[in-house]
Design a protein around this ligand. Structure first.
Ligand code: B12
Ligand code: SF4
Length: 433
């Protein structure tokens, strides 16, 4: 018996691939979940691991006496590792539950796998402590918001995603639970716009107020933006700087500049080379001037399509002309920019697809512009585009294993979408298939 008392193990497991080893990024969701237990004085062990024999063995050892082992899941190939580890633990009688965006959006699919005992939907802040109290017999299962599992009657109960918690109830990132050296950004050969130094991803807020028709934010964060407490953000960033000699930041916030003053307050405090994600609409000479002074070296902007009609259907609130105009402006301020693009969107016509490739080819001639993609659209349940796709006859995957194929690099041929002859020709010409 472990002398640690009652405890929960929280895991984020990734496939053992060169890409994962290259880009090992802090598991923010897992850390936030751990903070919920920490602040309620519940013992928690956190593991962010790559799927190897040794790491599974160690996971088994630490999980033996746990009340439950929770996996943080996003829809990606890493689900295969989460499935493997869940089977291993469940077969030894250990209680396994899944949380995170994949489990939140697809609880019925997750629970088809009988090795996964429960799903906790939504934010860990809304239910993880209640889940602990339920597992220790203090409360009943129906008092755990978002808990989905097989009840005593043998029927699987799917509960709705709990309402978002208030900004002041959000968790925090207990970085001291991890060895942060693993997460320092590693140079990728020939990678355009790479920021050198001890650079690390960081998140200071959650969600986004926009309503892009394809984005998980409309479902999971209900198109709301919430900032983490700024003093706590400073505490975490100071800790990373003083302990790991951080020299630059990759801000992974979905929309850091919703409160522009706050964003600059954070960035200007450190004035380190940084990358930020920003809405094209916010790119103005005033913003770029301040960004340059604050040492922002790269901006990341989701463009997604080169077709004005598609951009309208996506509710992006931008146009092709605006992209050209702002791209020039960014160059004048000598900043680097990554533009991301998607293809194979619902009802995307052949000419809309061609327009996207044309815009990409036009932009990639600029030395300071890097194109991210074009990546194949991934449908997430509950979003406007997902519903359109289902209504047009697309059959969604029926298991975690099938969903695991849905990564940004999925080949259009694997999506189950019907693709016209003309589209196939275009995709071949562009070396997508
Ligand atoms: C950082 C990040 C990454 C990092 C990985 C970080 C890591 N080690 O896990 C990198 C860059 C490697 C990455 C890669 C990919 N990512 Co990514 N990524 C993000 C990003 C920007 C932040 C994630 C995050 O930490 N959010 C903040 C935390 C607090 O939110 P959260 O994770 O949702 O966690 C909360 C709840 O979900 C819940 N929770 C989370 N875990 C757990 C566990 C338990 C047990 C419980 C109870 C609750 C719980 O509580 C948390 C606190 O409220 C998000 C977008 C976003 N802003 O969230 C996309 C996002 C998560 N990624 C996404 C995707 C698709 C991918 C890729 C598949 C892309 C690809 N290459 O094809 C890969 C998959 C790699 C993987 N790890 O599986 C999607 C996931 C969609 C989905 N349906 O699952 C998102 C939502 C982006 C998007 N807009 O579509 N990603
Ligand atoms: S702007 Fe980005 S994060 Fe916000 S809803 Fe659109 S795609 Fe999602």
């Amino acid at each position: 018996m472990n002398n640690f008392g009652k405890y929960i193990v929280l895991v984020n497991i990734e496939n053992d691939t060169p890409k994962v080893r290259q880009q090992f990024s802090p598991p923010f969701g897992l850390l936030i979940a751990a903070s919920v237990l920490q602040r309620n004085n519940v013992n928690v062990i956190v593991r962010h691991i790559i799927n190897t024999k040794e790491s599974l063995k160690e996971l088994l050892t630490i999980s033996k006496d746990a009340i439950a082992v929770g996996f943080s899941t996003m829809t990606s190939q890493n689900l295969l590792s989460a499935i493997e580890a869940s089977h291993m633990l469940h077969n030894l009688g250990i209680y396994v539950f899944w949380g995170g965006p994949h489990a939140t959006l697809l609880p019925e699919i997750v629970l088809k796998d009988l090795s996964i005992d429960a799903v906790l939907r939504g934010e860990a802040e809304a239910n993880l402590y209640e889940f602990y109290k339920w597992r220790t017999g203090e409360i009943k299962d129906d008092e755990v918001p978002g808990l989905c599992h097989k009840g005593n009657d043998g029927i699987i109960k799917i509960r709705p995603i709990p309402p978002l918690v208030d900004a002041n109830s959000l968790g925090y990132h207990p970085f001291e639970l991890l060895n942060i050296n693993k997460y320092l950004d590693k140079p990728i050969p020939l990678h355009k716009n790479f920021i050198p130094g001890n650079v690390i991803p960081i998140m200071t807020s959650k969600g986004c107020v926009k309503r892009c028709a394809f984005c998980y934010n409309t479902v999971v964060n209900k198109s709301k933006w919430r900032p983490y407490d700024i003093e706590r953000v400073f505490y975490e960033m100071d800790y990373l700087v003083s302990t790991y000699n951080i020299t630059g930041w990759l801000f992974y916030d979905d929309n850091l500049f919703i409160d522009s003053e706050r964003a600059f307050e954070i960035i200007e405090r450190y004035k380190m080379p940084s990358s930020v994600e920003i809405d094209l609409n916010r790119v103005t000479p005033l913003f770029l001037e301040r960004a340059k002074k604050a040492n922002i070296s790269k901006v990341y902007i989701g463009i997604e399509s080169g077709s004005d009609s598609m951009l309208k259907r996506m509710h992006k609130g931008i146009s092709k002309e605006m992209v050209r105009e702002k791209a020039k402006l960014i160059g004048e301020f000598e900043l680097n920019v990554d533009f991301s693009f998607m293809i194979m969107l619902p009802h995307e016509s052949d000419s809309e697809l061609i327009e996207t490739f044309d815009l990409i080819h036009e932009l990639e001639t600029y030395p300071y512009i890097k194109i991210d993609g074009p990546k194949c659209y991934n449908p997430y349940p509950g979003t406007e585009f997902y519903l359109q796709l289902v209504n047009s006859g697309w059959e969604p995957p029926g298991s975690n294993e099938e969903w695991a194929k849905f990564v940004r690099k999925i080949s259009p041929l694997e999506t189950g979408l019907s693709i016209s002859e003309r589209k196939l020709e275009i995709l071949k010409k562009e070396h997508i298939i």
